[in-house]
Design a protein around this ligand. Structure first.
Ligand SMILES: *[C@@H]1O[C@H](CO)[C@@H](O)[C@H](O)[C@H]1NC(C)=O
Ligand SMILES: *[C@@H]1O[C@H](CO)[C@@H](O)[C@H](O)[C@H]1NC(C)=O
Ligand SMILES: *[C@@H]1O[C@H](CO)[C@@H](O)[C@H](O)[C@H]1NC(C)=O
Length: 418
C-alpha cells in the first residue's frame, strides 16, 4: 500500500504522457549509441530469411474462431528438411520474434542448425494473431480470454496442425517460456488426448503456482476485481497500461535500470539484471515487445497471486463462478492429469516464478523427467531468452535433453505413414 501511495504521489508530479507507441520505438543510434541492426524493423519471417533460413507463415483457426499465425523454419540453412517438429511458445506480451531476435545465437536458429523442423507459435491477441472469423478486435468479446483459452483452444489447434502437416504427431517436442509453459500446463491437464501428440516438453521459467512472485505484477492483486480501476489503468480489452501505472512500475524498476529497459512493460514485469544485460541485442529485442495481449491474461496471473498462489481457473466472483463452474470458487487445474514427460528449467532470481513454486509444481508432475536450476545467481525471468549467458546456461543443456527425445520415426517409414 505504501508503494501505491507513492505511486499516486509520483503520478501527481509526473504528468509526462508515455504512449505505448513511444515505448516500442527505440531511437536508432539514440542516446546510447546503439548500432543499427536491420532485425529491429523486421517481422519474424523476415528476420529468419535475413539470417539465411527458410521461413513459412501459416494461419491456424481455433475451435472458437481465432486466426493464429504460426511461423516455421522448416529446415537448416544448407537445405536439409524433414526434421523432428519442435514448437516454441512465447510468454506474456511477446511473440514468435522472442526466439529469433537474439542474432545468430537465437534458440530457433540453433535448433534449425541441429536439424529440427522449428515451429513458432503466436498466442491469440498478439499482433500476429489478432484475426477472428466473426469478432472484431474493437469488441469486448474478442479480448475476453486469458491463458486458459490459449491452453484449451490455441495449443490444440496448433499442435493438431503441426501433426497433420508433418505426419509426425506423437513426436512433437515443445519448449515454452513463461506463459508458454502456463498454457501448456492448462492444455495437457485438460486435453490429455491431444497432448499425446507431444512427446516431450521443456519448461523455461515455468509459471504455475505463484506464491513467491517478486514481479511488480503483484501490486495488481488488490485491484483484480475492481472494474473501474481496471478500466482506468489496464484497459478492459487489450492490455494497455495507463501512463500512471507505467510511471509507478518504472519507479519500481529504477533499482535495476540499465539503458531503456525500464521503459518497457515486459522488462518491468519480468525483471532484468545488470549481469545478463546484453547491449548488442537490446536494440533488436525492444522493438518487438510488448506484442500485445488481453487484460484478462494479466489479471488471471494477478488473481493467482491473490488466491494464495494457487493454479486455478479464472475467478469471476462468487456469482460468476456459480454461473461458469457451478462452484463458488474456480476449479483448480489438476496437474496430476498431465502425462507428457516434462523437464523444468528455472532460475533462483526469477521475478515471475520463485524456486519454491517450481518445486511445488514438480511434485505434481507424474512424468517429471528432471529439473535444472540455472547455475547463475542473478539469472532472471527474461534472461532465458535475452541473457548474455543464455546460450551457455540454457540452450546448451536444453539441446542436450531434447536429444534424449529424438524422433522415433524412421524417415522412410514416416513418409509412408503420411
Ligand atoms: C552471424 O553469422 C554470420 C554467418 O555465419 C556471420 O557472418 C556474422 O558475423 C555473425 N554475427 C554475429 C553477431 O555473430
Ligand atoms: C486431481 O486428480 C486426482 C486423480 O484424478 C485426484 O485424486 C485429486 O484429488 C485431484 N486433485 C485436485 C486438486 O483436484
Ligand atoms: C539422457 O539419457 C541418458 C541415457 O538414458 C542419461 O544418462 C542422461 O542423464 C540423459 N540426459 C539428461 C540431460 O537427462
Amino acid at each position: 500500500m505504501i508503494k501505491f501511495l507513492s505511486f499516486f504521489a509520483i503520478s501527481v508530479f509526473c504528468s509526462i504522457q508515455i504512449s505505448l507507441g513511444e515505448i516500442v520505438n527505440v531511437e536508432l543510434g539514440g542516446p546510447l549509441g546503439w548500432r543499427f541492426d536491420p532485425d529491429e524493423d523486421l517481422n519474424t519471417p523476415q528476420i529468419i530469411r535475413r539470417h539465411g533460413y527458410p521461413a513459412e507463415s501459416h494461419i491456424v483457426e481455433t475451435e472458437d474462431g481465432y486466426l493464429l499465425t504460426v511461423h516455421r523454419i522448416p529446415g537448416s540453412r544448407d537445405g536439409n528438411r524433414g526434421g523432428q517438429p519442435i514448437l516454441l511458445q512465447h510468454g506474456l506480451l511477446s511473440s514468435s520474434a522472442d526466439w529469433v531476435d537474439e542474432g545468430n545465437a537465437s534458440l530457433a536458429f540453433l535448433l534449425a542448425d541441429d536439424g529440427y523442423d522449428v515451429w513458432l507459435g503466436n498466442a491469440r491477441g498478439n499482433h500476429y494473431s489478432i484475426g477472428h472469423t466473426k469478432l472484431s478486435t474493437d469488441s469486448k468479446e474478442f479480448w475476453d480470454f486469458s491463458w486458459h483459452e490459449m491452453g484449451v483452444y490455441d495449443l490444440p489447434a496448433v499442435i493438431r496442425f503441426i501433426s497433420k502437416t508433418t505426419g509426425k504427431g506423437g513426436d512433437i517436442l515443445y519448449v515454452g517460456h513463461s506463459m508458454g509453459t502456463t498454457m501448456f500446463f492448462v492444455f495437457s491437464s485438460l486435453k490429455p488426448e491431444i497432448a499425446k501428440l507431444v512427446k516431450f516438453m521443456v519448461a523455461l521459467a515455468p509459471v504455475a503456482y505463484m506464491k513467491h512472485v517478486r514481479s511488480p505484477i503483484r501490486y495488481l492483486t488488490p485491484f483484480v476485481n475492481e472494474e473501474q480501476w481496471i478500466a482506468e489503468h489496464l484497459g478492459i480489452k487489450e492490455f494497455l497500461p495507463s501512463s500512471k501505472l507505467l510511471h509507478f512500475f518504472t519507479y519500481e524498476c529504477q533499482i535495476i535500470d540499465t539503458g531503456r529497459i525500464c521503459d518497457n512493460i515486459v522488462f518491468i514485469l519480468c525483471g532484468a539484471d545488470k549481469e545478463e544485460y546484453n547491449e548488442d541485442i537490446m536494440p533488436i529485442v525492444l522493438p518487438h515487445i510488448p506484442a500485445g495481449s488481453s487484460t484478462k491474461a494479466v489479471l488471471h496471473y494477478g488473481q493467482e497471486i491473490k488466491n494464495n498462489g494457487n493454479f486455478q481457473e479464472y475467478d469471476y466472483g462468487m456469482e460468476g463462478n456459480l454461473a461458469h463452474y457451478g462452484t463458488e470458487t474456480p476449479p483448480f487445474y489438476n496437474l496430476t492429469h498431465i502425462k507428457v514427460p516434462i523437464y523444468l528449467m528455472y532460475a533462483a532470481n526469477d521475478y515471475m516464478t520463485g524456486p519454491i513454486d517450481v518445486v511445488r509444481l514438480s511434485k505434481q508432475l507424474k512424468n517429471l523427467v528432471g529439473m535444472y536450476l540455472i547455475p547463475l545467481k542473478s539469472f532472471n525471468h527474461i534472461d532465458f531468452l535475452v541473457g548474455k549467458r543464455a546460450p551457455e546456461a540454457v540452450y546448451k543443456p536444453l539441446t542436450k535433453i531434447l536429444g534424449n527425445f529424438s524422433s522415433s520415426f524412421n524417415e522412410d517409414i514416416s513418409v509412408k505413414l503420411v
